[in-house]
Design a protein around this ligand. Structure first.
Ligand code: PHE
Length: 452
Protein backbone atom coordinates (compact mmCIF):
# COMPACT_ATOMS: atom_id res chain seq x y z
CA UNK A 1 0.00 0.00 0.00
CA UNK A 2 3.00 2.29 -0.34
CA UNK A 3 1.17 4.13 -3.10
CA UNK A 4 -1.13 5.70 -0.54
CA UNK A 5 -0.25 9.31 -0.08
CA UNK A 6 -0.02 10.62 3.43
CA UNK A 7 -0.68 14.03 1.91
CA UNK A 8 -1.19 17.12 3.98
CA UNK A 9 -3.60 15.62 6.49
CA UNK A 10 -3.06 16.56 10.10
CA UNK A 11 -1.70 14.10 12.62
CA UNK A 12 -1.07 13.48 16.27
CA UNK A 13 2.27 14.70 17.50
CA UNK A 14 3.20 12.32 20.30
CA UNK A 15 2.63 8.86 21.70
CA UNK A 16 0.84 10.23 24.70
CA UNK A 17 -1.27 12.38 22.39
CA UNK A 18 -2.39 9.26 20.53
CA UNK A 19 -3.41 7.44 23.71
CA UNK A 20 -5.10 10.44 25.26
CA UNK A 21 -7.00 11.47 22.17
CA UNK A 22 -8.27 7.91 21.69
CA UNK A 23 -9.05 7.58 25.38
CA UNK A 24 -10.67 11.02 25.21
CA UNK A 25 -12.98 9.71 22.53
CA UNK A 26 -13.77 6.57 24.50
CA UNK A 27 -14.20 8.08 27.95
CA UNK A 28 -17.31 10.23 27.97
CA UNK A 29 -20.92 10.30 29.01
CA UNK A 30 -21.12 6.69 27.88
CA UNK A 31 -19.02 5.58 30.86
CA UNK A 32 -20.89 7.51 33.49
CA UNK A 33 -24.36 8.39 32.26
CA UNK A 34 -25.14 5.56 29.82
CA UNK A 35 -23.24 2.79 31.61
CA UNK A 36 -25.05 3.35 34.88
CA UNK A 37 -28.56 3.49 33.50
CA UNK A 38 -27.94 0.54 31.20
CA UNK A 39 -26.69 -1.43 34.21
CA UNK A 40 -29.78 -0.36 36.14
CA UNK A 41 -32.16 -1.31 33.35
CA UNK A 42 -30.53 -4.67 32.72
CA UNK A 43 -30.33 -6.07 36.19
CA UNK A 44 -26.92 -5.02 37.58
CA UNK A 45 -23.99 -7.39 38.07
CA UNK A 46 -24.99 -9.96 35.43
CA UNK A 47 -25.07 -7.20 32.85
CA UNK A 48 -21.65 -5.95 33.96
CA UNK A 49 -20.16 -9.41 33.64
CA UNK A 50 -21.38 -9.76 30.07
CA UNK A 51 -20.32 -6.21 29.37
CA UNK A 52 -16.76 -7.03 30.48
CA UNK A 53 -16.68 -10.11 28.25
CA UNK A 54 -17.92 -8.02 25.32
CA UNK A 55 -15.30 -5.35 25.97
CA UNK A 56 -12.28 -7.64 26.14
CA UNK A 57 -13.29 -10.50 23.85
CA UNK A 58 -15.00 -8.51 21.10
CA UNK A 59 -14.38 -4.80 21.65
CA UNK A 60 -10.60 -4.89 21.88
CA UNK A 61 -10.15 -7.04 18.74
CA UNK A 62 -12.56 -4.82 16.80
CA UNK A 63 -10.62 -1.80 18.04
CA UNK A 64 -7.38 -3.28 16.68
CA UNK A 65 -9.14 -3.88 13.38
CA UNK A 66 -10.31 -0.27 13.21
CA UNK A 67 -6.81 0.95 14.05
CA UNK A 68 -5.37 -1.21 11.27
CA UNK A 69 -7.83 0.00 8.65
CA UNK A 70 -7.39 3.65 9.61
CA UNK A 71 -3.63 3.77 9.77
CA UNK A 72 -3.18 1.67 6.66
CA UNK A 73 -5.42 3.89 4.56
CA UNK A 74 -4.71 7.31 6.10
CA UNK A 75 -8.11 8.64 5.20
CA UNK A 76 -11.68 9.09 6.41
CA UNK A 77 -13.58 5.95 7.22
CA UNK A 78 -15.40 5.59 3.89
CA UNK A 79 -12.38 6.38 1.72
CA UNK A 80 -10.43 3.84 3.77
CA UNK A 81 -12.58 1.03 2.38
CA UNK A 82 -12.40 2.46 -1.12
CA UNK A 83 -8.63 2.35 -0.88
CA UNK A 84 -8.28 -1.04 0.78
CA UNK A 85 -11.05 -2.77 -1.15
CA UNK A 86 -11.38 -0.97 -4.48
CA UNK A 87 -14.26 -1.97 -6.71
CA UNK A 88 -16.22 -3.61 -3.89
CA UNK A 89 -19.20 -2.62 -1.79
CA UNK A 90 -17.21 -2.44 1.45
CA UNK A 91 -17.29 1.36 1.29
CA UNK A 92 -20.90 1.13 2.44
CA UNK A 93 -19.60 0.03 5.82
CA UNK A 94 -17.79 3.35 6.07
CA UNK A 95 -20.94 5.12 4.94
CA UNK A 96 -22.97 3.46 7.68
CA UNK A 97 -20.36 4.59 10.21
CA UNK A 98 -20.66 8.19 9.10
CA UNK A 99 -24.43 8.00 9.42
CA UNK A 100 -24.19 6.42 12.88
CA UNK A 101 -21.78 9.18 13.94
CA UNK A 102 -24.26 11.77 12.82
CA UNK A 103 -27.14 10.19 14.74
CA UNK A 104 -25.16 9.55 17.90
CA UNK A 105 -23.74 13.06 17.99
CA UNK A 106 -27.26 14.43 17.61
CA UNK A 107 -28.76 12.74 20.64
CA UNK A 108 -25.54 12.70 22.70
CA UNK A 109 -25.44 16.50 22.51
CA UNK A 110 -28.78 16.62 24.27
CA UNK A 111 -27.26 14.91 27.29
CA UNK A 112 -24.17 17.11 27.03
CA UNK A 113 -26.60 20.02 27.28
CA UNK A 114 -28.08 18.56 30.49
CA UNK A 115 -24.56 18.44 31.90
CA UNK A 116 -24.11 22.14 31.18
CA UNK A 117 -27.40 22.92 32.91
CA UNK A 118 -26.31 20.96 35.98
CA UNK A 119 -23.00 22.77 35.96
CA UNK A 120 -24.85 26.05 35.80
CA UNK A 121 -27.21 25.07 38.62
CA UNK A 122 -24.25 23.91 40.74
CA UNK A 123 -22.49 27.24 40.32
CA UNK A 124 -25.71 29.08 41.11
CA UNK A 125 -25.95 27.08 44.34
CA UNK A 126 -29.33 25.59 43.46
CA UNK A 127 -28.25 22.04 44.14
CA UNK A 128 -28.21 22.09 47.90
CA UNK A 129 -30.82 21.89 50.62
CA UNK A 130 -33.14 19.64 48.62
CA UNK A 131 -34.90 16.37 49.40
CA UNK A 132 -34.14 13.44 47.05
CA UNK A 133 -37.61 13.80 45.56
CA UNK A 134 -36.92 17.42 44.62
CA UNK A 135 -34.09 16.37 42.30
CA UNK A 136 -36.52 14.15 40.47
CA UNK A 137 -38.93 16.97 39.85
CA UNK A 138 -36.11 19.32 38.99
CA UNK A 139 -34.90 16.92 36.31
CA UNK A 140 -38.29 16.33 34.75
CA UNK A 141 -39.23 20.01 34.86
CA UNK A 142 -35.99 20.89 33.11
CA UNK A 143 -35.95 18.19 30.44
CA UNK A 144 -39.61 18.56 29.57
CA UNK A 145 -39.30 22.29 29.02
CA UNK A 146 -38.52 23.31 25.46
CA UNK A 147 -36.15 26.20 25.52
CA UNK A 148 -33.40 25.58 28.06
CA UNK A 149 -32.39 22.05 27.01
CA UNK A 150 -32.30 23.18 23.39
CA UNK A 151 -30.20 26.20 24.25
CA UNK A 152 -27.60 24.12 26.09
CA UNK A 153 -27.56 21.46 23.37
CA UNK A 154 -26.91 24.10 20.71
CA UNK A 155 -24.22 25.72 22.82
CA UNK A 156 -22.48 22.39 23.28
CA UNK A 157 -22.54 21.64 19.57
CA UNK A 158 -21.10 25.07 18.84
CA UNK A 159 -18.31 24.43 21.32
CA UNK A 160 -17.52 21.14 19.58
CA UNK A 161 -17.77 22.83 16.22
CA UNK A 162 -15.19 25.51 16.92
CA UNK A 163 -12.66 23.03 18.23
CA UNK A 164 -13.12 20.69 15.27
CA UNK A 165 -12.76 23.52 12.76
CA UNK A 166 -9.32 24.25 14.16
CA UNK A 167 -8.16 20.74 13.26
CA UNK A 168 -6.46 18.15 15.47
CA UNK A 169 -5.11 20.74 17.86
CA UNK A 170 -2.38 20.34 20.38
CA UNK A 171 -4.77 22.04 22.78
CA UNK A 172 -6.87 18.90 22.99
CA UNK A 173 -3.89 16.60 23.37
CA UNK A 174 -2.43 18.76 26.09
CA UNK A 175 -5.62 19.46 27.97
CA UNK A 176 -6.48 15.74 27.97
CA UNK A 177 -3.23 15.12 29.79
CA UNK A 178 -4.43 17.22 32.69
CA UNK A 179 -8.12 16.39 32.48
CA UNK A 180 -7.97 12.62 32.48
CA UNK A 181 -5.96 12.30 35.70
CA UNK A 182 -8.18 14.95 37.28
CA UNK A 183 -11.33 13.06 36.37
CA UNK A 184 -9.79 10.01 37.99
CA UNK A 185 -8.96 11.82 41.22
CA UNK A 186 -12.42 13.37 41.54
CA UNK A 187 -13.96 9.95 40.97
CA UNK A 188 -11.85 8.48 43.76
CA UNK A 189 -13.01 11.22 46.14
CA UNK A 190 -16.64 10.58 45.19
CA UNK A 191 -16.17 6.85 45.74
CA UNK A 192 -14.90 7.65 49.23
CA UNK A 193 -18.21 9.36 49.98
CA UNK A 194 -20.46 6.94 48.18
CA UNK A 195 -19.19 3.73 49.76
CA UNK A 196 -19.69 5.15 53.22
CA UNK A 197 -23.38 5.86 52.58
CA UNK A 198 -25.90 3.63 54.37
CA UNK A 199 -27.00 1.93 51.14
CA UNK A 200 -23.45 1.05 50.10
CA UNK A 201 -23.69 -2.67 50.84
CA UNK A 202 -26.84 -3.05 48.80
CA UNK A 203 -25.45 -0.90 45.99
CA UNK A 204 -22.20 -2.82 45.73
CA UNK A 205 -23.96 -6.15 45.88
CA UNK A 206 -26.24 -5.01 43.05
CA UNK A 207 -23.11 -4.14 41.11
CA UNK A 208 -20.93 -7.18 41.81
CA UNK A 209 -23.21 -10.05 42.79
CA UNK A 210 -24.63 -11.46 39.57
CA UNK A 211 -28.08 -12.95 39.33
CA UNK A 212 -27.70 -15.15 36.26
CA UNK A 213 -31.44 -15.59 35.84
CA UNK A 214 -31.54 -12.00 34.61
CA UNK A 215 -29.58 -12.78 31.45
CA UNK A 216 -31.69 -12.63 28.29
CA UNK A 217 -30.79 -11.95 24.67
CA UNK A 218 -31.89 -8.38 25.15
CA UNK A 219 -29.48 -7.99 28.09
CA UNK A 220 -26.65 -9.41 25.99
CA UNK A 221 -27.47 -7.10 23.08
CA UNK A 222 -27.57 -4.14 25.45
CA UNK A 223 -24.18 -5.11 26.89
CA UNK A 224 -22.74 -5.49 23.42
CA UNK A 225 -24.14 -2.15 22.29
CA UNK A 226 -22.83 -0.50 25.46
CA UNK A 227 -19.35 -2.00 24.98
CA UNK A 228 -19.13 -0.67 21.43
CA UNK A 229 -20.63 2.67 22.39
CA UNK A 230 -18.28 3.15 25.30
CA UNK A 231 -15.19 2.18 23.31
CA UNK A 232 -16.32 4.39 20.38
CA UNK A 233 -16.38 1.34 18.09
CA UNK A 234 -18.34 0.20 15.07
CA UNK A 235 -18.68 3.56 13.33
CA UNK A 236 -15.15 4.29 12.19
CA UNK A 237 -14.35 6.77 14.92
CA UNK A 238 -11.14 5.11 16.03
CA UNK A 239 -10.46 4.25 12.41
CA UNK A 240 -10.53 7.97 11.62
CA UNK A 241 -8.29 8.75 14.60
CA UNK A 242 -5.89 5.98 13.59
CA UNK A 243 -5.54 7.66 10.22
CA UNK A 244 -3.74 10.42 12.14
CA UNK A 245 -1.49 8.01 14.08
CA UNK A 246 2.23 8.15 13.40
CA UNK A 247 3.82 5.04 11.89
CA UNK A 248 5.61 4.10 15.07
CA UNK A 249 2.48 3.95 17.25
CA UNK A 250 2.25 0.60 19.00
CA UNK A 251 -1.40 -0.02 18.22
CA UNK A 252 -1.84 -3.16 20.29
CA UNK A 253 -0.49 -1.43 23.39
CA UNK A 254 -2.60 1.66 22.68
CA UNK A 255 -5.69 -0.50 22.25
CA UNK A 256 -5.14 -2.27 25.56
CA UNK A 257 -4.50 1.02 27.37
CA UNK A 258 -7.60 2.69 25.98
CA UNK A 259 -9.77 -0.34 26.77
CA UNK A 260 -8.51 -0.67 30.34
CA UNK A 261 -8.87 3.06 31.02
CA UNK A 262 -12.36 3.20 29.59
CA UNK A 263 -13.56 0.16 31.50
CA UNK A 264 -12.05 1.38 34.76
CA UNK A 265 -13.89 4.69 34.50
CA UNK A 266 -17.17 2.86 33.83
CA UNK A 267 -16.81 0.52 36.81
CA UNK A 268 -15.73 3.36 39.10
CA UNK A 269 -18.76 5.36 38.10
CA UNK A 270 -20.94 2.37 39.00
CA UNK A 271 -19.28 2.26 42.42
CA UNK A 272 -20.14 5.93 42.89
CA UNK A 273 -23.68 5.78 41.63
CA UNK A 274 -25.25 2.56 42.92
CA UNK A 275 -24.63 2.99 46.65
CA UNK A 276 -26.34 6.37 46.28
CA UNK A 277 -29.20 4.87 44.25
CA UNK A 278 -30.04 2.54 47.14
CA UNK A 279 -29.41 5.09 49.86
CA UNK A 280 -31.76 7.67 48.41
CA UNK A 281 -34.44 5.25 47.25
CA UNK A 282 -34.05 5.85 43.53
CA UNK A 283 -35.28 3.22 41.08
CA UNK A 284 -32.17 1.72 39.41
CA UNK A 285 -34.10 1.13 36.21
CA UNK A 286 -35.34 4.69 35.91
CA UNK A 287 -33.42 5.28 32.67
CA UNK A 288 -31.50 8.26 31.29
CA UNK A 289 -32.15 10.43 34.33
CA UNK A 290 -30.42 8.04 36.76
CA UNK A 291 -27.13 9.94 37.10
CA UNK A 292 -28.83 13.30 37.11
CA UNK A 293 -31.07 12.51 40.06
CA UNK A 294 -28.55 10.40 41.99
CA UNK A 295 -25.38 12.43 42.07
CA UNK A 296 -26.84 15.71 43.39
CA UNK A 297 -27.81 13.74 46.50
CA UNK A 298 -24.23 12.53 46.91
CA UNK A 299 -22.81 16.04 46.57
CA UNK A 300 -25.31 17.34 49.05
CA UNK A 301 -24.06 14.88 51.62
CA UNK A 302 -20.41 15.76 51.26
CA UNK A 303 -18.22 18.26 52.98
CA UNK A 304 -17.45 20.85 50.32
CA UNK A 305 -20.22 19.41 48.16
CA UNK A 306 -20.71 22.74 46.41
CA UNK A 307 -17.20 22.69 45.00
CA UNK A 308 -17.08 18.96 44.24
CA UNK A 309 -20.27 19.27 42.32
CA UNK A 310 -18.94 22.13 40.18
CA UNK A 311 -15.69 20.32 39.59
CA UNK A 312 -17.46 17.10 38.68
CA UNK A 313 -19.74 18.70 36.10
CA UNK A 314 -16.83 20.62 34.59
CA UNK A 315 -14.94 17.38 34.14
CA UNK A 316 -17.98 15.55 32.81
CA UNK A 317 -18.46 18.35 30.31
CA UNK A 318 -14.86 18.11 29.20
CA UNK A 319 -14.95 14.31 28.99
CA UNK A 320 -18.09 14.63 26.87
CA UNK A 321 -16.44 17.27 24.74
CA UNK A 322 -13.48 15.06 23.80
CA UNK A 323 -16.04 12.45 22.72
CA UNK A 324 -18.23 14.81 20.69
CA UNK A 325 -15.13 16.13 18.97
CA UNK A 326 -14.24 12.61 17.86
CA UNK A 327 -17.73 11.92 16.51
CA UNK A 328 -17.82 15.25 14.73
CA UNK A 329 -14.39 14.55 13.25
CA UNK A 330 -15.63 11.31 11.63
CA UNK A 331 -18.35 13.11 9.71
CA UNK A 332 -16.37 16.29 9.04
CA UNK A 333 -13.31 14.41 7.74
CA UNK A 334 -15.64 12.45 5.46
CA UNK A 335 -17.38 15.57 4.09
CA UNK A 336 -14.15 17.48 3.71
CA UNK A 337 -12.32 14.74 1.86
CA UNK A 338 -15.17 13.45 -0.25
CA UNK A 339 -16.54 16.77 -1.47
CA UNK A 340 -14.91 19.95 -2.60
CA UNK A 341 -16.14 22.01 0.29
CA UNK A 342 -13.78 23.46 2.88
CA UNK A 343 -13.30 21.99 6.35
CA UNK A 344 -15.16 24.91 7.89
CA UNK A 345 -18.18 24.46 5.63
CA UNK A 346 -18.17 20.71 6.12
CA UNK A 347 -18.12 21.23 9.87
CA UNK A 348 -21.07 23.62 9.66
CA UNK A 349 -23.16 21.10 7.75
CA UNK A 350 -22.44 18.50 10.42
CA UNK A 351 -23.16 20.89 13.26
CA UNK A 352 -26.45 22.11 11.82
CA UNK A 353 -27.58 18.59 10.95
CA UNK A 354 -26.85 17.43 14.48
CA UNK A 355 -28.75 20.37 15.90
CA UNK A 356 -31.76 19.14 14.00
CA UNK A 357 -31.45 15.61 15.37
CA UNK A 358 -30.72 17.03 18.81
CA UNK A 359 -33.86 19.13 18.66
CA UNK A 360 -36.28 16.29 18.12
CA UNK A 361 -34.46 14.12 20.64
CA UNK A 362 -34.61 16.88 23.22
CA UNK A 363 -38.25 17.66 22.58
CA UNK A 364 -39.12 14.00 22.98
CA UNK A 365 -38.91 14.59 26.74
CA UNK A 366 -41.65 17.22 26.51
CA UNK A 367 -43.46 18.61 23.52
CA UNK A 368 -42.96 15.52 21.35
CA UNK A 369 -43.32 13.10 24.26
CA UNK A 370 -46.32 11.38 22.73
CA UNK A 371 -44.64 10.66 19.42
CA UNK A 372 -43.48 7.06 19.43
CA UNK A 373 -42.19 4.72 16.77
CA UNK A 374 -42.33 0.95 17.53
CA UNK A 375 -43.31 2.01 21.04
CA UNK A 376 -40.10 3.99 21.57
CA UNK A 377 -39.89 7.73 22.05
CA UNK A 378 -37.67 9.59 19.57
CA UNK A 379 -34.68 9.85 21.91
CA UNK A 380 -34.75 6.14 22.76
CA UNK A 381 -35.38 5.25 19.13
CA UNK A 382 -32.34 7.20 17.92
CA UNK A 383 -30.25 5.56 20.63
CA UNK A 384 -31.62 2.14 19.69
CA UNK A 385 -30.98 2.45 15.95
CA UNK A 386 -27.50 3.86 16.34
CA UNK A 387 -26.15 2.02 19.38
CA UNK A 388 -27.97 -1.30 19.31
CA UNK A 389 -28.26 -1.77 15.57
CA UNK A 390 -25.62 0.21 13.71
CA UNK A 391 -22.68 -0.16 16.12
CA UNK A 392 -22.92 -3.95 16.60
CA UNK A 393 -23.53 -4.46 12.87
CA UNK A 394 -20.64 -2.12 12.10
CA UNK A 395 -18.45 -4.12 14.49
CA UNK A 396 -19.49 -7.39 12.86
CA UNK A 397 -18.66 -6.21 9.35
CA UNK A 398 -15.39 -4.63 10.46
CA UNK A 399 -14.43 -8.04 11.87
CA UNK A 400 -15.43 -9.77 8.66
CA UNK A 401 -13.54 -7.22 6.60
CA UNK A 402 -10.28 -7.56 8.50
CA UNK A 403 -10.69 -11.27 9.17
CA UNK A 404 -11.62 -12.44 5.69
CA UNK A 405 -11.15 -9.75 3.09
CA UNK A 406 -7.96 -7.99 4.09
CA UNK A 407 -4.72 -9.84 3.47
CA UNK A 408 -3.40 -11.38 6.70
CA UNK A 409 0.00 -9.93 5.90
CA UNK A 410 -1.40 -6.40 6.00
CA UNK A 411 -2.86 -7.04 9.44
CA UNK A 412 0.40 -8.41 10.74
CA UNK A 413 2.36 -5.63 9.10
CA UNK A 414 0.30 -2.92 10.79
CA UNK A 415 -0.12 -4.52 14.19
CA UNK A 416 3.56 -5.45 14.45
CA UNK A 417 4.79 -2.19 12.90
CA UNK A 418 6.41 -3.99 9.97
CA UNK A 419 7.61 -6.88 12.05
CA UNK A 420 9.40 -4.76 14.60
CA UNK A 421 7.01 -5.43 17.50
CA UNK A 422 5.84 -8.64 19.09
CA UNK A 423 2.16 -9.51 19.18
CA UNK A 424 1.97 -12.94 20.73
CA UNK A 425 -1.79 -13.20 20.62
CA UNK A 426 -2.03 -12.49 16.90
CA UNK A 427 -3.47 -15.93 16.17
CA UNK A 428 -6.08 -15.55 18.90
CA UNK A 429 -6.93 -12.12 17.54
CA UNK A 430 -7.36 -13.56 14.08
CA UNK A 431 -9.56 -16.35 15.37
CA UNK A 432 -11.80 -13.87 17.16
CA UNK A 433 -12.30 -11.50 14.25
CA UNK A 434 -12.83 -14.38 11.84
CA UNK A 435 -15.20 -16.55 13.80
CA UNK A 436 -16.11 -15.49 17.31
CA UNK A 437 -17.07 -11.85 16.78
CA UNK A 438 -19.13 -12.24 13.59
CA UNK A 439 -20.96 -15.38 14.75
CA UNK A 440 -21.65 -14.06 18.24
CA UNK A 441 -22.88 -10.67 17.08
CA UNK A 442 -25.03 -12.20 14.35
CA UNK A 443 -26.65 -14.66 16.80
CA UNK A 444 -27.45 -12.01 19.39
CA UNK A 445 -28.83 -9.83 16.73
CA UNK A 446 -31.01 -12.43 15.08
CA UNK A 447 -32.27 -13.61 18.45
CA UNK A 448 -33.21 -10.09 19.44
CA UNK A 449 -35.17 -9.41 16.27
CA UNK A 450 -36.92 -12.74 16.64
CA UNK A 451 -35.36 -14.71 13.76
CA UNK A 452 -33.56 -17.29 15.92
N1 PHE B 1 -17.36 6.51 23.66
C1 PHE B 1 -18.08 7.71 23.91
C2 PHE B 1 -18.59 7.68 25.35
O1 PHE B 1 -18.42 6.71 26.03
C3 PHE B 1 -19.20 7.92 22.95
C4 PHE B 1 -18.83 7.73 21.51
C5 PHE B 1 -19.49 6.79 20.75
C6 PHE B 1 -17.81 8.49 20.95
C7 PHE B 1 -19.14 6.58 19.44
C8 PHE B 1 -17.46 8.29 19.62
C9 PHE B 1 -18.12 7.32 18.87
O2 PHE B 1 -19.19 8.59 25.80
Amino acid sequence: MSGIKESKRGGFGSKIGVVLASAGSAVGLGNIWRFSYMTGQNGGAAFILIYLCCVFLLGLPVMLSEFTIGRRAHSNTMRAYLKLAPGTKWFMLGGMGVLAGFLILGYYSVVCGWTLEYLFQSVAGNMSGKEPEAFNSMFSAFTSSSFRPLMWMILFLLLTHFIVVKGIKKGIEKSSMILMPMLFIIMLVLIGRSVTLPGAREGLSYLFNPDFSKITSSVVLSALGQAFFSLSLGMGCLCTYASYFPDNTNMVKTGVEVTVLDTTVAILSGVIIFPAVFTFGIDPSSGPELVFVTLPNVFQNMIGGYLWSILFYILLTLAALTSTISMHEVVTAFMEEETRISRAKAAWIVTLGCMLIGTYCSLSFGLLGRVTVFGLDLFTLTDFISSKVMLPLGGMFISLFTGWYLDKKILWDELSNHNTLRFRLFKAYLFIIRYVAPVFIACIFLKEIGVL
